[in-house]
Design a protein around this ligand. Structure first.
Ligand code: HEC
Ligand code: HEC
Length: 450
């Protein structure tokens, strides 16, 4: 099915830029393996078409899709009716095309825990923009759709307990991550992620038998329908790159495609009656291009004292326990620094992981992440992707590290006990994890967004 999981890498033009950087005295070390993977089915034409789609600024009712591809019905409505930006690159541009976004590009997501009247877990996006005023969405309409559940007094085992009101909806700004190396992430097998998770559990178990509970807990797999393991998204909500790209087209830009229709305004779901804005071929090209974005690289300082500090920082990253979750290599992909598992870095506020939002009658099902569970982000390229964390609320690497609590509490304490020079060495190591030499993003890209 996923024939395009192996796409040939975008070889070529950026190598010249790399050559220039190397000549300027910057030591470049590629992260293991081949510079570009090859052997896939995507042709140079498909990658070029995908690049064009990634950069294209969509207009309402424009026949971009139809013109390029006779198989696309000319009835698609182009941009919208609800959308967050007009192009992929509007949100993915830092350090070049495909990079991370700033807080200005955050998407306002929400989730709704199950209640008696709405017994299904729900997640969605409040779109920032619309075609026509009456299509414009707002957070308050989500609150109206999923109202506050009134509290009550209950008698349990002879005692009266008060169950407070609870709001099933929570809004979370979500920061756009960098997409460099996503083709490599796509190729990591489910078995590799399951295997790492099991090995962590096996390593911890004997320690716990001896009464030592200081080890970092193994993360949780996000198992999706069909038993597949989630890899993409801050909640690991998608298993493959093509599913994520299809959803990004539909949700962020309002482009109906064969895998996911655009959202119907105010309904928080797909508009199954909408006509196609893109063909299967175009989706394939866009996915192939996204998967061909070069993987991040390491840029070492050119002075030897700097390199010694980086080496020390890299060693400390493992010894204090960062690498328990940010494992350097997973499924043969070297230098990614993620286990792709869900972890809690914030304490539960009511003992159930729900920020006081858990309905005692309807707990969150096991296959749903808790509100405070997030996938370990890959740290490759992290020096060029600020701000940090799912909500972009941590402006610097230091603040991101110190925000690690709960399951990472012991690791953070060990980090804080390091002498200042060693803490700086860890940061210096993180600063060697750079974006690849990517195509520069068009200059006005930030302005086309909102
Ligand atoms: C309005 C800003 C915005 C636009 C426009 C946008 N994205 Fe994103 N993108 C995001 C955010 C925010 C996330 C993180 C979402 C999440 O994890 O829930 C994301 C995540 C992704 C991911 C998953 C990366 C990973 O490793 O988890 C892919 C792939 C992606 N976007 C591709 C695209 C493509 C292709 C387009 C154009 C069709 C696009 N995006 C347009 C904001 C945007
Ligand atoms: C228990 C697992 C775990 C451990 C241990 C851990 N991290 Fe993380 N790290 C995460 C998760 C999960 C996130 C994302 C949290 C979020 O977005 O809410 C994260 C986020 C980050 C980020 C921000 C990345 C980004 O793209 O936003 C940095 C930087 C980071 N960690 C560095 C470290 C360092 C350095 C250490 C050791 C001192 C460490 N982490 C230990 C799980 C862990």
């Amino acid at each position: 099915m996923q024939t395009h999981q192996q796409v040939s890498g975008k070889a070529g033009i950026w190598l010249r830029r790399i050559g220039t950087a190397a000549a300027a005295g910057v030591a470049l070390v590629w992260l293991g393996g081949l510079l570009f993977s090859s052997g896939g089915q995507a042709t140079a034409e498909a990658l070029a078409a995908g690049r064009e789609m990634f950069l294209h600024e969509w207009q309402v009712n424009e026949p971009f899709g139809a013109n390029r591809d006779p198989l696309v019905a000319a009835t698609g409505d182009g941009l919208g009716p609800v959308f967050n930006a007009k192009s992929c690159v509007a949100c993915h541009f830092q350090a070049g095309v495909g990079g991370a976004g700033l807080n200005k590009q955050n998407v306002l997501a929400f989730d709704v825990v199950a209640t008696k009247t709405n017994p299904k877990f729900h997640a969605g996006v409040v779109h920032a923009a619309s075609i026509g005023d009456r299509n414009q969405e707002s957070p308050s309409e989500v609150n109206t759709l999923f109202p506050i559940v009134q509290g009550e007094q209950r008698r349990i085992a002879g005692c009266t307990i008060t169950i407070p009101d609870f709001n099933p909806v929570s809004f979370i700004p979500i920061n756009p991550p960098a997409l460099f190396g996503s083709g490599d992430v796509d190729r990591i097998s489910d078995q590799a992620i399951r295997g790492y998770q099991r090995s962590r559990q096996l390593a911890i178990y004997p320690q716990e038998i001896r009464g030592n509970f200081s080890a970092t807990p193994a993360g949780r797999l996000r198992v999706l329908p069909g038993g597949r393991v989630g890899k993409f998204g801050w909640k690991a909500q998608f298993a493959t790159l093509d599913e994520f790209v299809a959803s990004a087209c539909a949700v962020e830009i309002g482009l109906s495609n064969p895998k996911r229709r655009q959202d119907r305004p105010h309904q928080q779901g797909e508009d199954r009656d909408s006509a196609m804005d893109m063909s299967a071929d175009q989706l394939f090209s866009l996915t192939a291009y996204t998967g061909s974005l070069a993987r991040p690289l390491r840029v070492l300082p050119d002075d030897s004292a700097g390199r010694v500090a980086v080496e020390r920082g890299e060693a400390l990253f493992s010894t204090v326990g960062c690498a328990d979750c940010h494992t350097p290599t997973l499924g043969g992909v070297a230098g990614m620094y993620s286990d792709l598992l869900l972890h809690k870095l914030e304490e539960d506020r009511n003992g159930a992981g729900g920020y006081g939002r858990i309905n005692p009658d309807l707990p969150i099902p096991d296959d749903q992440p808790l509100p405070n569970e997030w996938k370990t982000p890959a740290l490759w390229g992290v020096a060029d992707s600020a701000p940090y964390f799912h909500d972009g609320a941590s402006p610097t690497l230091e603040s991101a590290i110190l925000r690690h609590g709960s399951q990472a509490k012991n690791v953070t304490e060990r980090f804080q006990l390091l002498p200042p020079a060693d803490q700086q060495a860890v940061i210096r190591f993180l600063k060697t994890l750079r974006a690849p030499q990517a195509e520069p993003a068009p200059q006005a890209v930030e302005l086309v967004n909102r």
